[in-house]
Design a protein around this ligand. Structure first.
Ligand code: EPZ
Length: 430
């Protein structure tokens, strides 16, 4: 298994291209199931999760062709995927594939909407919490799907097609919103989704669906109104920039007292996180093609936050903020309200000398004068990148094991950081 070795202390300086968003690319690829025409997606990041979903879609019969990066092109423009689901040969998504990535469960809605049936493995447990799928199923039932659970599989049937319905989610769920929105585009009549997630990736998918011929009102709000169509068409769409990658690098720059331009990204995708970062003492300015993050000399001020659905502070940046606060001049409090078990990074950060006390959903971080490098273990995607940030701040050498977690969601992480002066390298297992 590959490891990452970091020698801390270097100040980040230069520019970092921001990739297309993983959490938009995945549902956009799934949207290809809704049409027999070709869906072309540009700016797709090259990530393990994207490659796994490509396998799952191929298994359903989707034809996928990939164009490489253009020579001399802008580095942050990723790959172009051409997806054509002319014939869906298999409406089953097997356990072996779905259990490895939760987002693959989102094929359920589009498959039952287009094919009248789908059999998708329950995604199962996950390191960051129990993560049930009840909201997905409730929503699809409102659109007329008959749902049965048998031997670990969800079987959804709608032999005469789905019909529009009124879905009121009792809590905000990104995945359930994606699943129901995708399905509603092919349901007969109007679907209203209330308390929909407002994450920018939902808006990106909705905008792509509109290009495919869907009729959706309220994009970007918590009420989505969809007029179903009998068929959707092909389209060309570019994946929006990754706000979590943006926030991660922004925090890393602040952590090292650096000065870096994050290219190809936008402030409105993560305003709350950037406001939080500014409170720590870093400056965030808009540039022609992105955001410039600077922290000069001054110490890090402590900040307290609570994770919330968009537009609040994202749970996917909680671990990274905690790493930064490990060196703050004072105490910070971080409350995790989205997932019940998203604190596995705490004990790994403690190995580097961080002083963090956990009480239920709340972590109190007492800033320390210095972190010391140590061997640590990556436990999930965002937790592992928080160890990278801590390693960049620490004195001496940090080795991160199980970096396959990082490869799920960060494209060319070591390369992007080392180009800005970080001493970071991948130690290949073989
Ligand atoms: C998406 O997961 C993201 N994944 C997650 O990013 C992100 O952390 C999460 O949204 C919250 O922003 C992708 O976009 C691929 P949810 P999702 O449904 O859709 C509960 C990463 O690191 N819930 O919004 O699975 C659930 O248990 C990943 O990139 C139910 O109770 O998250 C959680 O407590 C990790 N029943 C809360 O809702 C349901 O049916 C929010 O989950 C569905 C969810």
């Amino acid at each position: 298994m590959d490891r990452i070795k970091i020698t801390g202390g270097a100040r980040l300086q230069g520019s970092i291209p921001i990739s297309g968003a993983k959490n938009a690319a995945l549902p956009l690829m799934i949207a290809s199931l809704l049409t027999d025409d070709r869906l072309t997606l540009k700016n797709v990041p090259n990530l393990a999760d994207v490659n796994l979903l490509a396998r799952i879609l191929r298994n359903h019969g989707v034809d996928l062709a990939v164009d490489g990066k253009r020579a001399g092109g802008t580095a942050h423009l990723g790959e172009t995927f051409h997806l054509t689901a002319r014939d869906i040969s298999d409406t089953t998504a097997p356990y072996e594939l779905v259990s490895r990535m939760r987002a693959s469960f989102w094929v359920l809605g589009p498959l039952v909407a287009r094919m009248g049936q789908a059999k998708v493995s329950l995604p199962g447990g996950c390191a960051i919490g129990t993560r049930p799928v009840d909201l997905h199923l409730q929503g699809l039932k409102k659109l007329g799907a008959e749902i049965e659970i048998d031997a670990g599989y969800v079987i959804a049937r709608a032999p005469k097609g789905l019909t529009g319905g009124h879905v009121i989610f009792p809590m905000v769920s990104v995945g359930a919103t994606h699943n129901v929105l995708l399905a509603a585009t092919l349901a007969k009549g109007e679907t209203v989704i209330e308390n929909a997630a407002r994450e920018p990736e939902i808006g990106d998918v909705a905008n792509c669906l509109v290009k495919m011929g869907a009729e959706i009102d309220g994009i970007g709000t918590s009420t989505l109104r969809v007029q179903g169509k009998s068929r959707l068409e092909g389209a060309v769409h570019a994946v929006l920039p990754d706000r979590i990658e943006t926030g991660t690098f922004a925090f890393a720059v602040a952590a090292t007292g650096g000065d870096v331009v994050l290219q190809g990204t936008r402030r409105d995708l993560l305003s709350t996180a950037l406001e939080t970062l500014a409170l720590t003492g870093a400056s965030v300015t808009d540039t022609e093609d992105g955001l410039r993050i600077v922290r000069n000399g001054a110490g890090l001020a402590p900040v307290s936050v609570e994770t919330q659905p968009f537009p609040g502070f994202p749970t996917d940046l909680q671990a990274q903020l905690m790493a930064l606060m490990a060196r703050a001049e004072g105490s910070s409090v971080i409350r995790e309200t989205i997932f019940e078990n998203r604190f596995m990074h705490v004990q790994e950060l403690a190995r580097l000398g961080a002083d963090i006390k956990l009480h239920g959903d709340t972590a109190t971080i007492h800033g320390v004068k210095a972190l010391r490098g140590a061997p640590v273990m990556a436990t999930d995607l965002r937790a592992s990148v928080s160890l990278v940030i801590a390693g960049l701040m620490a004195e001496g050498e940090t080795t991160i094991n199980r970096v396959y977690h990082l490869d799920r969601g960060f494209e060319r992480l070591e390369e992007k950081l080392s180009r800005c002066g970080a001493q970071i390298e991948r130690l290949s297992a073989g």
